[in-house]
Design a binder for this molecule. Structure first.
Ligand SMILES: Cc1ncc(COP(=O)(O)O)c(C=O)c1O
Length: 367
């Protein structure tokens, strides 16, 4: 390691995903099912609100906690869903910004954080940067949140349980009963419960549920990136007990400063946009991909997000992805999201034409 590089950066590795993108860059007309963002553009009303903010001079720092109207609108929505005595909200620099501040605010070196394997790549990186220790609960083959396994992983060092439903990379959703049980376990052991709800709007079977309904101390992290295709705008929000929120704000003041102000005005308008059409479309795409592959692949049907996490029919996940890339199909090896190298991630946030081409290649590869 170069002598200037800090030890904390050695705790994790980002080369796996970079390798896929390097290979992708060499392909002429790839069938790209690797992207973790919607394939629709930011709805026009949202663009207009942001342009209007820029043109009318709302370009300076916003208050650290976010612009008043967005914060108030979110607060009103949150209070309706979770009428807790002590629940505050602030606007973060994307959900990632919220996750980072949550870790920095709550994780001391040596603290253990429980989360499911497979997991979103950022979780180990962020918490290990704070000196935290990952305790991964194996969720293969159905990727369900099993409260008994979570409780069994608790030790005197457990500081946080991190849940993500609908999940990246599996698309699997937790049932209300599972969320309630985990929420009660966190309360029983006085462990921080953080719920990453970035895919809450992409929920296809039944209604989205949050552990915050069952545990009034839950720290919820959500945002506009995925729901409104605003991944480059960096607007997220966090709500939870005021003392935790105030600590996160103190850190935001000295790091991210604020979420970009024009993007926050866009997000305020986003709250009025009806997403039903997009969600119906993604639910249909989910069925298209699952129906197209489930006779040849072992698949846990996703109830949300826009990912499927099938098992490679032969060889390791990495070998399978290399074969797929040779045929022009970009998918992500499961190893990036897991200690296991047996699966691969497909994103179905793509046009039907791309999905059908992808299904064709995958069917060929399974023969
Ligand atoms: C589970 C999960 N959480 C958080 C994020 C980060 O989202 P944002 O763009 O709001 O930082 C992602 C993005 O892929 C994600 O999949």
């Amino acid at each position: 390691m170069h002598p200037w590089i800090a030890d904390r950066t050695a705790a994790f590795d980002a080369s796996g995903i970079r390798k896929v993108f390097d290979l992708a860059a060499k392909l002429k007309d790839p069938i790209n099912l690797s992207i973790g963002q919607p394939d629709f553009d930011v709805p026009d009303q949202i663009k207009e609100a942001a342009i209007d903010a820029i043109e009318s001079g709302r370009n300076a720092y916003s208050p650290t906690q976010g612009i008043g109207p967005l914060r108030e609108a979110l607060k009103a929505d949150i209070a309706k869903q979770y009428p807790h005595e002590d629940r505050d909200v602030f606007i973060s620099s994307g959900t990632s910004g919220g996750l980072m501040l949550a870790m920095l605010s709550m994780i001391n070196p040596g603290d253990e954080v429980i989360y499911l394997d497979p997991f979103f790549v950022m979780y180990p990186a962020l918490l290990e940067m704070c000196g935290g220790v990952s305790v991964r609960v194996d969720s293969y083959p159905d990727f369900r949140l099993d409260p008994a396994k979570i409780e069994a992983a608790i030790t005197p060092k457990t500081k946080m349980i991190l849940v993500n439903s609908p999940a990246n990379p599996t698309g699997v959703t937790a049932s209300p009963a599972e969320l309630k049980a985990v929420a009660e376990i966190a309360a029983k052991y006085n462990i921080a419960l953080v719920s990453d709800e970035i895919y809450s709007r992409f929920f296809y079977d039944g209604e989205f549920d949050s552990p915050a309904k069952y545990n009034d101390k839950t720290i919820v992290i959500d945002g506009f990136s995925k729901s409104h295709a605003m991944t480059g705008w960096r607007v997220g929000y966090v709500h939870g007990p005021s003392e935790v929120i105030n600590t996160m704000l103190k850190l935001q003041q000295y790091s991210f400063v604020c979420s970009p102000q024009p993007a926050q005005w866009g997000a305020l308008r986003a709250m009025e946009v009806n997403l039903d059409g997009y969600i119906e479309d993604y639910s249909r795409k989910r069925d298209l991909i699952c129906d197209g592959l489930s006779d040849l692949y072992e698949i846990a049907k996703p109830g949300g997000a826009f990912y499927v996490f099938p098992k490679a029919p032969s060889g390791s996940g990495t070998e399978f992805v290399e074969r797929a890339i040779e045929k022009g199909l970009l998918i992500i090896p499961g190893k990036i999201f897991s200690k296991q190298d047996t699966h691969f991630r497909i994103s179905f946030a793509a046009s039907d034409e791309t999905l059908n081409r992808g299904i064709e290649v995958l069917r060929e590869l399974a023969k």
